[in-house]
Design a protein around this ligand. Sequence first.
Ligand SMILES: Cc1cc2nc3c(=O)[nH]c(=O)nc-3n(C[C@H](O)[C@H](O)[C@H](O)COP(=O)(O)O)c2cc1C
Length: 172
Amino acid sequence: MNDLLEIMLHRRSVRQFTGEAVPAEQLEVILQAGCAVPSSRGSYPWRFLPVTDRDLLARMSHCRKGAAGMLKKAGAAIVVLGDDRFDAWVEDCSLALGNMHLMADYLGLGSCWIQGRMREAEDGRSTEAYLRELLGFPAELKLEAVLAVGIAEHHPEPYTTAGLKTDHIIRR
Ligand SMILES: Cc1cc2nc3c(=O)[nH]c(=O)nc-3n(C[C@H](O)[C@H](O)[C@H](O)COP(=O)(O)O)c2cc1C
């Protein structure tokens, strides 16, 4: 099988972590993967805010109703922010996040995308307002999503080529 496809098939969303720290060198490689993406008009509107403080991670776990609990035992979170003066900021941020998610899996870590844009925190505020107050990022940056990263306690089964949704390919 194609090497890169095999790596991609292994990637899964991991939501169960051991609570151990993520080695700093590995976090750095993940951030580099996020920077290694194409960007509309070369605008690079994404900004990455890594968080490793346990207390902050626990407070961040309330940034979504029932969808961010895994942050309590994650070793790190990467908050992906975008400068919305650039019209393709959402696409650019998504590509960066996808690269980081894949790199985490490749490094043997677990990770999960937590949607931030258009979502609500447990206290009823927007996820963006909740995290902005907690982390203090500037008003000109909008929240795209958070990548929870950690040492996996459980990694779901990798995909196989046979299980791929190839029926979604419109062949003419
Ligand atoms: C745009 C996007 C938003 C997502 N938001 C969340 C989320 O808020 N919480 C969560 O636990 N998983 C979230 N996920 C992960 C998906 O649930 C997951 O990718 C999907 O169920 C397929 O499983 P897999 O990643 O293991 O292939 C999100 C994924 C994407 C691409």
